[in-house]
Design a protein around this ligand. Structure first.
Ligand code: PGA
Length: 256
């Protein structure tokens, strides 16, 4: 019997909403967050971290940043350090999201530095990988994900400070997802790869999230997969009822 991994459902609010909406969404999520079969994480825009932290109060919902710089501090206009996120109450930070990789030219080496910075600040790094549509069409999905994993996970990686999300770029915000069989195949391969690189115990314990157009309708099938330990949710995380419905769909993991 393998390790029981408690699922994590993470909401990536991206650059959406305003101050009032962020507070209201956090309050609604907090109100519905008791007795969930998983851990819950919300990642609001950085400027709203404080207000969201206040609205979450003692609900037991974790807070995360959407990105951090790889350095501890210094002359990096517009950037935010992992330590600053920790100061705002964050326990997590997303690094290597495909939108950061595309919009800001972040490569695996940079993602690795960011994950290292997160670990140094005591945060859990939620490291994202995933192939583009063109890479998938060329039959290179597994190869691309393997290469991103190899380049993005620092030596400081452990199951207590790292979560990995597989997010095929072509599935993000499109309403399209791989089939459950395809998701399971790639997650299984990812677990094997990180077992090789970071040890069997890590491979057994690390939580592998699926992200890309997860909604209450498709969550049950995706979350039931043996090597899927939760979801990284974008659009559907902006509606508390949808986000909580996805979180409730992870219940059967308890018996895995
Ligand atoms: P989506 O975004 O759920 O809107 O597809 C997921 C993500 O980018 O993390």
């Amino acid at each position: 019997m393998g390790t029981i991994r408690r699922p994590l459902v993470a909401g990536n609010w991206k650059m959406n909403g305003g101050l009032e909406g962020a507070a209201a969404l956090a309050r609604d999520i907090a109100a519905g967050s008791s007795d969930l079969p998983c851990d819950l994480l919300v990642c609001p825009p950085a400027v709203y971290l404080n207000v969201v932290a206040g609205a979450l109060a003692d609900a037991g919902v974790a807070l995360g940043g959407q990105d951090c710089h790889g350095d501890e501090g210094g002359a990096h206009t517009g950037d935010i350090s992992a330590g600053m996120l920790a100061d705002c109450g964050c326990g997590f930070v997303i690094v290597g999201h495909s939108e950061r990789r595309a919009d800001h030219g972040e490569d695996d080496a940079k993602v690795r530095l960011k994950a290292t910075a997160a670990h140094r600040a005591g945060l859990t790094a939620l490291i994202c990988v995933g192939e583009t549509g063109a890479e998938r069409d060329a039959g290179r999905a597994q190869e691309v994900v393997a290469s991103q994993l190899g380049g993005s996970l620092p030596d400081t990686t452990g199951s207590a400070n790292t979560v990995i999300a597989y997010e095929p770029v072509w599935a993000i915000g499109t309403g399209r997802t791989p089939t459950p069989q395809e998701v399971q195949a790639i997650h299984h391969r990812m677990r094997a790869l990180v077992s090789q690189s970071h040890g069997a115990a890590f491979g057994d314990q690390v939580r592998l999230l699926y992200g890309g157009s997860v909604n209450p309708g498709n969550a049950t099938a995706l979350m039931a997969l043996a090597d899927v330990d939760g979801a990284l949710v974008g659009g559907a995380s902006l509606k508390a009822s949808d986000f909580l419905a996805i979180a409730n769909n992870t219940g059967h993991f308890k018996n895995k």
